[in-house]
Design a protein around this ligand. Structure first.
Ligand code: MEV
Length: 301
């Protein structure tokens, strides 16, 4: 490779179905405009330039994850550096986005056409370093870069006839996805029958939401999001900061609002709005960190 190249991995939001997806139920997820950019420059060996200010523990984890995927990609001789405009540890898929950006860059560096299946397989290897046993929804959504209905490792692209726009607001710090998933697994193992009923209902709400997207019925999709938030609350995945933000977005006119990603003490909350831009301006004035993204559907000129 003679000059610098780049590859982008978008972050994601889960519109419906987080956690249920770990147990084989479907989830509806879409890519957002923010993500991770990986840049490669020719070097004597394949290596990762660690971002400044990472702690030794995070640095070691990043290096292990990078080595895992570099080996599979044949260790092209480039130094990879990373930039991101995605809030990290907020449920917006930053590790999946990084995995896709790095895997795509390393595969590009081989000089052959990047095959989607190989890209997703390599990105999954990197994700495993961060999440243990991820469902795969994060890196698959990032790699496809389209709204998808994801279940058991398979993704079907979903087209929306209407612009599908969300407002993404941050509701404070949260713990790791790995820990939240493990705690839920312990509760589910203790009370399997009750939890199975809730997961089945989440799966049904996701299928309703997918039908609403196909029909261009944003109000029905919003209602599915509200019901999904209630079910996530029943699973003890919501908290006071998340609940407050959900109610704030609904009061601001959201057709539906819910946590997105793993949830827990805080993290990202999404609101479905036909036109979220004026609400972003207003909420920012009130001190809330938020932005918008269009997940699918026709874009205005
Ligand atoms: C994390 O973005 C989504 C979870 O369902 C975990 C997973 O799917 O691996 C909480």
């Amino acid at each position: 490779m003679s000059s610098a190249t780049t590859a982008f991995g978008p972050g994601k939001v889960i519109l419906l179905g987080e956690h249920g997806v770990v147990y084989g139920h479907p989830a509806l997820a879409g890519p957002i405009s923010r993500g991770v950019l990986a840049s490669g420059t020719p070097a004597s060996a394949c290596r990762l330039a660690l971002p400044p200010k990472v702690t030794p523990a995070v640095g070691a984890q990043l290096t292990r994850a990078f080595d895992r995927v570099a080996k599979l990609a044949g260790r092209p001789k480039i130094e990879v550096s990373l930039e991101t405009d995605l809030p990290t540890s907020m449920g917006l898929g930053s590790s999946g986005a990084m995995a896709v950006a790095v895997a795509r860059l390393l595969l590009q560096a081989r000089g052959t056409v990047v095959k989607q299946r190989e890209l997703e397989a390599l990105a999954l290897e990197m994700e495993k370093e961060f999440h243990g046993t991820p469902s795969g929804v994060d890196h698959t959504t990032s790699a496809r870069n389209e709204l998808v209905l994801f279940q058991r490792g398979r993704a079907t692209v979903l087209k929306s006839s209407k612009p599908l726009k969300v407002l993404i607001a941050l509701a404070g710090a949260r713990g790791s996805t790995k820990a939240t998933v493990a705690e839920l697994r312990a509760r589910q193992a203790r009370w399997p029958t009750r939890y199975r009923r809730i997961f089945n209902e989440i799966g049904a709400v996701v299928r309703d939401g997918a039908s609403a997207v196909r029909a261009g019925d944003l109000e029905a999709l919003g209602d599915a999001m509200n019901v999904n938030q209630g079910l996530l609350s029943a699973l003890r995945l919501s908290s006071a900061p998340i609940d407050a933000m959900v109610h704030r977005l609904r009061a601001a006119g959201a057709l539906g609002a819910k946590l997105t990603g793993a949830g827990g003490d805080g993290g990202a909350v999404i609101g479905l709005f036909p036109e979220p831009e004026p609400t972003v301006v207003r909420l920012r004035k009130e001190g809330i960190t938020c932005f918008t993204s269009q997940l699918s559907g026709p874009r205005a000129l």
